[in-house]
Ligand binder design. Structure first.
Ligand SMILES: [Zn+2]
Length: 389
């Protein structure tokens, strides 16, 4: 095929156009790179050399020279908060909030960041005030959750109830179980003040929020016991059998005492025995063991511990068993020192490893809390001590 002269000219023309396009592209890149402040590259260099403090200072310089780098401002703010440098985080977020040219969504984001800074700094009043300014915006639910967290921390239970309602109205998860605890807190305070009628009303509200609230039943029983209505108290505590039997170990001591005051300890023993048959519980066993030892003697107590040790072996059942065995051993018998030593060792081990354990964050507590002191979740602590290294 013969090429015509004009076709031969097209090839170098395409080459030429390609060369010009490449030059234009390179020039554009060069211009852009010159527009990026030198501190940015310095910061990158520090980052690559694992010198985060110097990198932060360099990026701060970029942010100062170029206020338009919004994402960099937000990243630095969050980073300072994470590092605990809260005054610097607050300064960055505050400067963003104060900027008149910021679009509304970015201002809201900065406000939320500022609220989180104040919250982490423990300035709860200021945090709450900032979160309240986010009402109605895209951060409304998150801000309301933070407000609720603050009200729970400061034990403003009445306000917490209102906030929980508002959260539910915004479509957030049902708050009934937590709200029942807020009412229980109010009831417990009223009981301490001797305001029994108020306490009774708060407990009614708690059960309306969560009819399976073991805590409300326990408090209801306590209130009845305070008024010397022991049968009513026993009935309240026994409601836990139906609604949430895992919490029976918390009610067991109250049941024993109330039955004892009515001269019906035998009934309490039968009741706790029936609980123990339904579910193993070293804490329940220990209470029952002590009651049986006191009212029926060490022989019956040893038999109880031995049976339970066979059915549900645990260090605590062994501790109880050894205690009864030692009590039954005659003073003169050889080996008494050794068997006491063994019991002391087991007892020390029980004290070391038996805890109420938070199923959520793993916090271990010597005493029972309805709200985990570490992660603030309600009812996340096991209702009886577990043996845990
Ligand atoms: Zn926890």
């Amino acid at each position: 095929m013969e090429l015509e002269a004009w076709q031969l000219l097209v090839i170098p023309l395409f080459f030429g156009l390609g060369w010009i396009a490449a030059r234009v592209d390179i020039r554009h890149v060069m211009q852009e790179s010159r527009a990026v402040p030198r501190s940015y590259f310095k910061g990158l260099n520090y980052l690559l050399n694992e010198q985060p403090d110097q990198a932060i200072e360099a990026f701060l310089e970029v942010a100062r020279l170029d206020p338009d780098t919004l994402e960099l401002h937000f990243a630095l703010g969050a980073l300072f908060r994470r590092r605990g440098e809260l005054d610097r985080a607050i300064r960055i977020h505050q400067s963003l909030v104060d900027r008149a040219d910021l679009p509304q969504d970015q201002r809201m984001k900065a406000l939320y960041g500022l609220g989180e800074d104040f919250f982490k700094a423990g300035l709860l009043d200021r945090a709450e005030e900032v979160f309240q300014r986010l009402e109605g915006g895209v951060h409304a639910v998150d801000a309301l959750r933070k407000i609720l967290e603050i009200q729970v921390l400061t034990k403003d239970w009445q306000l917490a109830i209102v906030t929980a309602r508002r959260l539910e109205k915004l479509g957030y998860l049902s708050q009934n179980a937590d709200t029942a605890h807020y009412y229980c807190e109010l009831a417990a305070t009223a009981m301490l003040r001797g305001e029994q009628e108020d306490a009774r009303n708060f407990l009614k509200q708690a059960l309306r929020e969560n009819r399976r609230s073991a805590r409300a039943c326990i408090l209801q029983g306590d209130l009845d016991a305070q008024a010397a209505a022991l049968d009513a108290a026993i009935a309240s505590w026994r409601r836990i059998e139906e609604i949430n039997p895992a919490y029976l170990p918390i009610a067991a001591e109250r049941l024993i005492q109330a039955h004892g005051r009515l001269g019906r300890t035998e009934q309490a023993v039968h009741l706790l025995q029936s609980y123990l048959e339904q579910r193993p519980s070293p804490d329940l066993l220990h209470l029952l063991f002590q009651t049986v030892a006191e009212h029926q003697g060490w022989e019956a107590a040893r038999k109880l511990a031995a049976d339970e040790l066979r059915r549900n072996p645990s260090l605590r059942a062994l501790d109880d068993y050894l205690q009864a065995s030692n009590a039954l051993q005659p003073e003169s018998e050889d080996g008494k020192v050794e068997s006491h030593l063994a019991q002391d060792l087991v007892h020390a081990q029980v004290s070391r490893v038996a805890y109420y354990l938070c199923g959520d964050c793993g916090f271990k507590a010597r005493q029972f809390f309805w709200q985990c002191p570490a992660c603030a979740r309600w009812e996340s602590l096991s209702p009886e001590r577990v043996e845990h290294e």
